[in-house]
Ligand binder design. Structure first.
Ligand code: G4P
Length: 526
């Protein structure tokens, strides 16, 4: 197979959802279809069990188990699928945001009882930044859920994306009869079976056929015909290009736990989901077909065992061919590095790989050279864009408890930030250090790891801040004026970018009005 064929047969995607909507269950069923696992229940999910949700040590243990399922590669109908796992726990949302920078599309799972939930909205905003194509799976149709039209309206309203149903449910809950697949013009009859892979499929190319009544009864047939007529009338025809540009989300209905509607989703997915496309660096657009290898680090998984301090850096291949034991250029450090133990992931199994193509994820064992956002290539001095930091939600000042260990504290903090555990902002005045996170758990993680891995002690003091706001202006004079006048509130992020630490929303608004020549951003890349 040549490189173009290798690229075209790859689909690299992530599943996103609010916790409990069914991401883990759907993942498992997809793996079953791909033959990557043999029985349901075989996946050690990275789902954090409810009792452990506020116990980060337990979470870390579970996350440790799940490193092998961070990327699940499998073949289905000749297509190489790379499914990137995203943490279900909302405190690790920043991890998910970064993982989304490494995928080419996403499948979003929505619980038909709960509809669009908060975490889904946030994740969709991240997809929107890169116009990532989104396919929706409305799950748990075996439960009494909300009206499907309402659910579609809610997706359009809250997620700000047009939708196009490609399947349609016949009732829900106890009366759930199945779905009509509008894409393939087939009727799928529902039967709750958790372990089997075959659904009863009936070819009904014309919904007016009288056989429909035989299968689902007169009332349901009548209702389905009305629904389909309405859908075809109200929603525009499905245009793949609208999906690929991130404007329109095709929607499937099903029940992941019953393995129902999953195959339809997967079959449509491999047909329409994008294969690896161009990626932007700070210098140019990189074509995956370029002969020269390039890729970037989007995730680092630290080994929490102090006796084994190695960590795994996950690299998304963007162009060319990655070859094990070859020297690659580490752009930030300006040096050559050789990776002899590159690893690929196939469901739960890890294996040493010799080559990888665009869209693939390679796990590199690293002793501290790599950090999130790093670019590796064959010598070009360019870095991939699109791995931004987002303004954290919670801020706390780091108070050093052992003056003799401030060096260790600084080193530990800096390395933990490289791994993406949290974000560090250092104030220009007085060098106060403030850590920002999405959730509370990270503070415990940091405190524990600083102590056990670096021998440094600290405590965290809450700071009342609204957001960390990245500031920029083409007018350097105006920028300096702002920085000088607000110097008590100016900090630098890990890459030395200027950040305005806004205390309240109203105050930020006032600053925006008073300094119209400045741009204020909630993300580090704009
Ligand atoms: P998550 O990864 O998005 O957090 O969700 P997960 O797949 O773990 O699913 C959350 C719960 O929803 C699980 O139940 C799961 O079995 C259930 N579920 C998933 N798909 C369906 C479906 O189609 N219908 C119904 N009725 N339930 C579904 P649990 O009780 O939390 O766990 P378990 O003991 O069943 O594993």
């Amino acid at each position: 197979m040549n490189i173009a064929e290798e690229i075209e047969r790859r689909r690299t995607f992530g599943i996103i959802s609010h916790p409990d909507a069914g991401k883990t269950t759907l993942t498992e069923k997809l793996l079953l279809f791909g033959g990557a696992i043999k029985t349901a229940g075989a996946v050690k999910s990275n789902k954090i069990s409810v009792y452990a949700r506020s116990d980060w040590m337990e979470i870390e243990k579970q996350r440790g188990i799940s490193v092998a399922t961070s990327v699940m590669g499998f073949d289905y109908k000749g297509i190489k699928i790379n499914l990137l796992d995203t943490p279900g726990h909302e405190d690790f949302a920043e991890d998910t945001y970064r993982t989304l920078s490494a995928v080419d599309s996403v499948v979003m799972v929505i619980d038909c009882v709960k509809g669009v939930e908060q975490q889904t909205e946030k994740l969709m905003e991240v997809c929107r930044m890169r116009n990532t194509p989104v396919m929706v799976f409305i799950n748990k149709l075996d439960r009494e859920g909300r009206d499907p039209y309402d659910l579609l309206d809610e997706i359009e309203d809250k997620l700000n994306i047009k939708v196009r149903p490609l399947s349609w449910p016949i009732n829900m809950g106890k009366q759930f009869k199945g779905v009509y697949n509008l894409y393939e013009k087939k009727l799928l009859l529902f039967e709750a079976r958790k372990a089997h892979l075959t659904d009863e499929i009936v070819e009904i190319s014309d919904i007016q056929q009288p056989e429909l009544e035989q299968y689902i009864g007169e009332t349901n047939a009548l209702k389905l015909r009305e629904d389909i007529e309405l859908i075809e009338g109200v929603y525009p025809a499905f245009e793949v290009n609208d999906y690929l540009s991130g404007e329109l989300a095709p929607v499937f209905f099903g029940s992941a736990v019953n393995n129902f509607g999953v195959r339809e989703l997967l079959d449509c997915f491999i047909e329409v989901a994008p294969y690896p496309k161009e990626r932007e660096t700070d210098q140019r657009i990189v074509n995956p077909m370029d002969k020269r290898f390039s890729g970037f680090v989007f995730k680092i998984h630290a080994n929490m065992d102090p006796r084994h301090r190695n960590r795994v850096a996950f690299v998304r291949v963007c162009s060319g061919k990655f070859e094990r034991k070859k020297n690659y250029h580490h752009v930030r450090l300006g040096k050559k590095i050789r990776f002899s133990n590159a690893t690929a992931f196939m469901a739960q199994e890890k294996e040493i790989i010799n080559v990888a193509f665009p869209g693939d994820i390679v796990g590199l064992y690293d002793t501290g050279n790599l950090k999130i956002g790093d670019t590796l290539n064959e010598g070009e001095k360019e870095i991939f864009k699109g791995i931004p930091s987002f303004s954290p939600e919670i801020f706390k000042e780091v108070i050093n408890l052992d003056a003799m260990k401030s060096k260790q504290l600084n080193k530990g903090l800096s390395q933990l930030m490289d791994e993406g555990v949290a974000q560090l902002f250092t104030y220009e005045l007085g060098s106060r250090k403030v850590v920002g996170t999405v959730g509370h758990l990270q503070f415990e993680v940091i405190q524990y790891r600083l102590k056990h891995e670096y021998g440094a002690s600290c405590r965290f003091q809450p700071v009342s801040l609204f957001k960390a706001v990245w500031i920029h202006s083409d007018d350097k004079k105006k920028l300096k004026m702002f920085v000088d006048s607000k110097n008590r509130h100016i900090a630098r992020d890990k890459d030395q970018n200027l950040v305005f630490m806004a205390e309240t929303k109203a105050w930020l608004q006032m600053m925006k009005e008073n300094f119209p020549d400045l741009d204020f951003h909630f993300t580090s890349e704009f």
